[in-house]
Write a protein that binds this ligand. Structure first.
Ligand code: 26M
Length: 820
């Protein structure tokens, strides 16, 4: 009967329109004669949603039947961006639905533009999680993501007098068609209280944790459709709600107001995403978020496993859990607690299951980003977990001692507990000890963690526990969707869309790198993307830029290690050089538009000053008519995934100029090159592997190498290293008040002097300027530049997130695809 009732509609234009109208009249309760772009968006989204739900159901049912090993990706951030265009393209509905929308009197671009971003992430780490979900779905892996459904995503950035101001991102204001509330899927999560001991019937001492605060986790499922497959996977996001059970005693005692207050506290837990990127803040609420999420997710995972009726010993054969950085490390402790306290397994047996289940990805070696939590805070919120952590540490250190009997230093260095006052739990140490594999995110980074922050663990475990999986990006969003014209051109010349499933087949473009006609088309596409960006810049900043100029772009979170400061200092240098030239000399200069974008963490004072400096420089340069439009400087506000989709396809050059050894990988570098943009970059992160793939001729690399950084810093600290003369001139220029009251910028300038130039801007400045000159020279030869641009795209196959996910599946998870 169920099957007979199921409507079998195909997705042609007419069926789309029927569904559209039905959603307008019923879901939206509006008249079809009176709908705006936003309603058209909602009606289209709901039609796509219906389709997603069907495929989601089929996929999940088939996975339940086949019962393969599952992969769970635990990430506190999923930076998904918009969903409609992505779903239309992945499901193959774009054409029919596009025509359907057009017939009804709307432009698809306008409809798509109504959607607000799902911005539940800060930057690289969160966007990586989103790309990985796209690949997991597209490659038919039986995988789920687990995260939090923040009421407020990453803040919206606006500019006031050149300063960043933050506004709350209340993204759920107008309904979210991309989530399926599962009000029946809930988990009670406890906090605080105490631990009681008892002896069980086998005579073993057992522990019971009695929390004094219980909060309800409610599941919201976000379907993630694969490209070119029926497979549709799930991201389960938890939202915190108060328990409906009231404490009658309290109400009788007249504590109504306080009781309501406490209920409201419950909703606080998932209220807001912490806006720090690569920086740890030790806020208690953040730790509560972490446990809330981990407890709900593990309960869900364990519940699903128990339903299969398999014995606990089979758990690691059925379940792989990937920890996206240390944020979910408590999951290790929670699983041990479930197995030992609740399921009654012996400690060693449980610990073996735990360590065979988890694997951990490290995303940074910056010391300020390393998570550590005060022991008193953990003990107060999670008393039983603190005991388990101490026991895990004890047994671990006993093993260390056995292998290295007289090395007390080594014990202190490896310990999960930092012996300070108060003590701290080092989450990375716990994550390493509780996992079977630890990986970095690019070759250099994976080598660095083995020789620096985790070197003592290599000594104990051997180096096999540590591996590399170079990051990747999804070509579906970052080429097909963001750059439809280039996507079409590639499809046309390669004769199929196969490259979207096998990115290495882009190498067939190489043979067109000298094809006149093809190059002309390539240039036309790039130019139209630059026009699109120029229009965006005009509307959002008021600055008019010339699409024939070289577009030079640095967009990423603002951080000292990423050195946007060095970039703007070099812009001042360029400006001063241009001013010194005669107008005849300026005729031969390559025109440049230098574009910045990115958010600073709200409490990151120096990063916010960098934004102010960029805007102050932009103001002076852009209104200076004496330089004949040879230079424009733009700061695009509120950089996010949707804005990235407009910016990235329009670059000639993008900058990835972190101090060597500091940027674990970078992923926007891959997006730019995939779209035929060249890189100006340091020998850092994935730049190195991109260089290896695309060759010397197609990238501009400069600066000191990672292995020189320590010595250079030492020199700055203990010797009087003179500042690079060109840099000194620029500093003098700022201090002369050329860009407004220079006192504003002293704390920033001081990082170069009093601050000992920790990020080595002075050391790299000379080679940076030389590399910039090479860029100008190369751009003068437009024909050769186009050749380079084509070869860049052609050689990016390695950086598909499909390749990365296959590596995780084969080398870390031991998971196989399972198609529906
Ligand atoms: C930690 C504690 C408290 C609050 C916030 C945090 C926190 C949040 C995000 C710490 C780090 C966070 O992200 C780090 C990150 O994005 N790392 C980047 O990861 C990318 C994907 O692997 C890499 O490409 C980047 O190089 C790396 O900087």
């Amino acid at each position: 009967l169920w099957e007979k009732c199921a409507v079998n509609e195909n997705n042609d234009k007419e069926n789309f329109q029927r569904s559209f109208v039905r959603h307008v009249t019923t879901t939206l309760a509006r008249s079809v004669y009176n709908i705006d772009n936003f309603s058209a968006y909602q009606a289209t989204a709901h039609t796509v949603r219906d389709q997603l739900i069907k495929q989601w159901n089929e996929t999940q049912q088939s996975h339940t039947e086949a019962d393969p090993k599952r992969v769970y990706y635990l990430s506190l951030e999923f930076l998904l961006g918009r969903s409609l265009d992505n779903a239309l393209l992945n499901l193959g509905l774009k054409e029919n639905f596009g025509e359907g929308v057009k017939d009804l009197g709307f432009r698809m671009e306008d409809v798509l533009d109504e959607e607000v971003d799902a911005a539940l992430g800060n930057g690289g780490l969160g966007r990586l999680a989103a790309c990985y979900m796209d690949s997991l779905a597209s490659l038919d892996y039986p995988a789920w993501g687990y995260g939090l459904r923040y009421t407020y995503g990453i803040f919206q950035q606006r500019l006031n007098d050149g300063y960043q101001v933050e506004f709350p991102d209340y993204w759920l204001n107008f309904d979210n068609p991309w989530e399926l509330p599962r009000l029946d899927v809930t988990v009670d999560v406890q906090f605080g209280g105490s631990v009681n001991k008892y002896t069980d019937e086998d005579g073993r001492v057992r522990h019971v944790w009695e929390g004094n605060d219980v909060i309800k986790a409610v599941a919201y499922d976000v379907p993630i459709p694969g490209y070119g497959t029926k497979n549709c996977i799930n991201i389960r996001l938890w939202s915190s709600k108060p328990k409906r059970q009231f404490d009658l005693g309290r109400f009788n005692a007249g504590e109504y107001e306080q009781a309501v207050q406490e209920q409201m506290q419950a909703e606080n837990i998932t209220a807001v995403l912490y806006p720090n990127d690569n920086h740890m803040v030790g806020k208690e609420l953040r730790l509560k978020q972490q446990y809330f999420w981990v407890a709900a997710s593990l309960h869900d995972i364990v519940r699903r496993f128990i339903k299969t009726g398999k014995p606990w010993s089979k758990f690691p054969d059925q379940v792989a859990i990937q920890l996206n950085d240390t944020h979910p490390t408590l999951a290790i402790v929670e699983l041990q607690r479930i197995l030992v306290d609740l399921e009654g397994l012996k400690w060693d047996e449980a610990w073996d299951i735990v360590t065979r289940t988890f694997a951990f990805t490290n995303h940074t070696i910056l010391p300020e980003a390393m998570e550590k939590w005060p022991v008193p805070m953990v003990a107060y919120l999670l008393p039983r977990h603190m005991q388990i952590i101490f026991d895990v540490n004890l047994f671990f250190l006993q093993k260390v001692e056995k292998l290295f009997p007289d090395d007390r230093d080594l014990l202190a260095k490896l310990s999960i507990i930092e012996e300070a006052t108060p003590q701290f739990v080092r989450m990375a140490h716990l994550a390493i000890v509780g996992s079977h594999q630890v990986n970095g995110v690019a070759e250099l980074h994976s080598n660095l963690i083995k020789t620096t922050i985790f070197k003592d663990f290599v000594k104990f475990y051997g180096s096999e526990k540590f591996t590399n999986v170079t990051n990747g990006i999804t070509p579906r969003r970052w080429l097909h969707q963001a750059n439809p014209k280039l996507g079409d051109l590639i499809t046309e010349v390669l004769g199929s869309k196969n490259w979207l499933k096998d990115l290495s087949s882009l190498n067939q473009l190489e043979k067109f790198a000298d094809d006149k006609e093809f190059k002309k088309q390539w240039v036309t596409v790039k130019r139209s993307n630059k026009v699109r960006l120029a229009e965006y810049i005009k509307t959002h900043t008021g600055v008019v830029v010339n699409p024939n100029a070289l577009f030079d772009i640095q967009v990423k979170r603002i951080h000292e290690y990423k050195r946007q400061f060095m970039n703007i200092l070099s812009v001042i240098h360029r400006y001063n050089s241009l001013k010194k030239m005669s107008s005849e000399e300026r005729c031969d200069v390559v025109k440049r538009v230098i574009i910045f974008g990115g958010k600073a963490a709200p409490g990151y004072y120096i990063a916010k000053l960098v934004i102010k400096l960029i805007n102050s420089v932009a103001e002076v340069v852009n209104k200076d008519e004496s330089i004949d439009d040879t230079l424009k400087v733009v700061f695009i506000p509120d950089y996010n995934v949707s804005v990235a989709e407009i910016i990235i396809p329009a670059s000639d050059i993008s900058q990835h100029i972190s101090t060597a050894g500091t940027e674990a990988s970078g992923t926007s570098n891959m997006k730019f090159v995939l779209n035929g943009g060249l890189i100006l970059g340091t020998v850092d992160g994935a730049n190195i592997e991109i260089h290896e793939e695309i060759g010397d001729d197609n990238i501009f690399m400069f600066g000191n190498l990672a292995d020189q950084v320590e010595d250079l810093r030492h020199a700055h600290r203990y010797r009087n290293v003179p500042i690079d003369p060109a840099l000194q001139e620029v500093i003098n220029d700022i201090e002369s008040g050329h860009f407004g009251d220079s006192r504003i910028f002293s704390p920033l300038i001081n990082t170069l002097t009093i601050g000992k130039d920790y990020y080595l801007i002075s050391d790299d400045f000379g080679s940076y300027l030389s590399a910039q000159n090479l860029v100008d020279e190369a751009y003068k030869n437009q024909d050769d530049w186009t050749r380079k641009s084509i070869l860049c795209t052609a050689r990016m196959g390695k950086f598909s997130s499909d390749r990365a996910i296959k590596e995780y599946a084969n080398r870390i998870w031991n998971a196989k695809p399972c198609s529906t």
